[in-house]
Design a protein around this ligand. Structure first.
Ligand code: GLV
Length: 309
């Protein structure tokens, strides 16, 4: 009899197939009666594949030993509750660093050079009537990175290749990094042309980019959010973009995604992206493989590959 796992949301076909080859998979998101499924599994369920796990669900599954999250960010799992219950949590780090860094640079260039708008300009036949307006460049500008973790460092390397000056803010200074550290986010925002957010979500960073930080970034400043929508006070950001108090924004993540504030749709100084930082075949397959490998390691009694709790 294969070990049983509970899957909490849709995963890639390849990942679901790999899970089904090794485990008996119960799909919570497809269950007509979720409570009944949880109650039925409670006496024996040892592992979950996927996120969206709160303390209430953990309490209903007293035999739960581990949660294998699909994604590097695990803010949809109550890790504090997991820790106190002795439940391990894994994520999918590293394998997505390059994809995330690539699209960050892509969105920055798209925002600076207004690439989405220029595409529409050609399609709409407007080029026949005149030239496209001049735009701005990245080189010689300063970029501040909020969250110089594994992805942040890959972004920094690429932005240096763009001839940008890189500085950063985070919980602590990283003495081995060559970039200037700011211990205050608003101070950094005041000094930079671009502010790139790639910090984790969750309570500790909620609305860390508040009105004060956005005002410091100012009408010539550009915001890029690749982390989580919760990092930013979104209504304030929308208001300031509408009023031209922030130069522009490239946003891959939103507070209530996939719902995006409609007020952003009409703004020319914004590039919108559907939370696709890691969304390539190459990377998502590797993320799925890591979910499976962590579960397999757990059931084999081997060390977890990427545990966060
Ligand atoms: C994506 O947002 C992730 O956390 O991997």
């Amino acid at each position: 009899m294969a070990d049983e796992i509970l899957q909490t949301h849709k995963l890639l076909d390849r990942c679901e197939k790999a899970l089904a080859e090794r485990f008996t998979v119960h799909k919570l998101h497809e269950a007509a009666d979720k409570d009944a499924l949880i109650a039925e599994l409670a006496p024996r369920l040892r592992a979950i594949a996927g996120g969206n796990v709160n303390a209430g669900l953990m309490d209903k599954l007293p035999k739960l030993e581990m949660i294998a999250n699909f994604g590097v960010g695990y803010d949809s799992i109550d890790t504090k509750a997991a820790k106190t219950r002795g439940i391990r949590v894994t994520n999918t780090p590293n394998v997505l660093n390059d994809a995330m860094a690539e699209i960050t640079v892509g969105l920055m260039i798209a925002l600076a050079r207004k690439i989405p708008q220029s595409d529409r300009f050609v399609r709409d036949g407007k080029w026949l009537k005149g030239s496209y307006p001049l735009q701005v460049e990245l080189n010689a500008k300063t970029v501040g990175i909020l969250g110089l973790g594994r992805i942040g460092k890959e972004i920094a390397v690429r932005l240096q290749a763009m001839k940008m000056r890189v500085v950063y803010h985070g919980r602590s200074r990283q003495p081995d990094e060559p970039y200037i550290y700011y211990d205050n986010l608003a101070d950094m925002a005041r000094d930079v042309d671009w502010l790139v957010l790639i910090a984790p979500g969750g309570k500790a960073t909620e609305k860390i980019v508040n009105r004060q930080v956005l005002e410091a970034l100012g009408p010539e400043g550009y915001l890029v959010n690749m982390g989580r929508g919760t990092l930013v006070d979104e209504p304030v950001l929308v208001e300031m973009l509408q009023q031209g108090k922030i130069g522009g924004a490239a946003l891959d993540v939103f507070e209530n995604e996939p719902t995006v504030p409609e007020a952003l749709f009409g703004l020319d100084n914004v590039v919108l992206s559907p939370h696709q930082g890691s969304a390539t075949h190459q990377t998502r397959n590797k993320m799925g493989d890591l979910v499976v490998a962590n579960l397999v390691a757990h059931f084999a009694g081997e060390p977890l590959i990427s545990a966060v709790v």
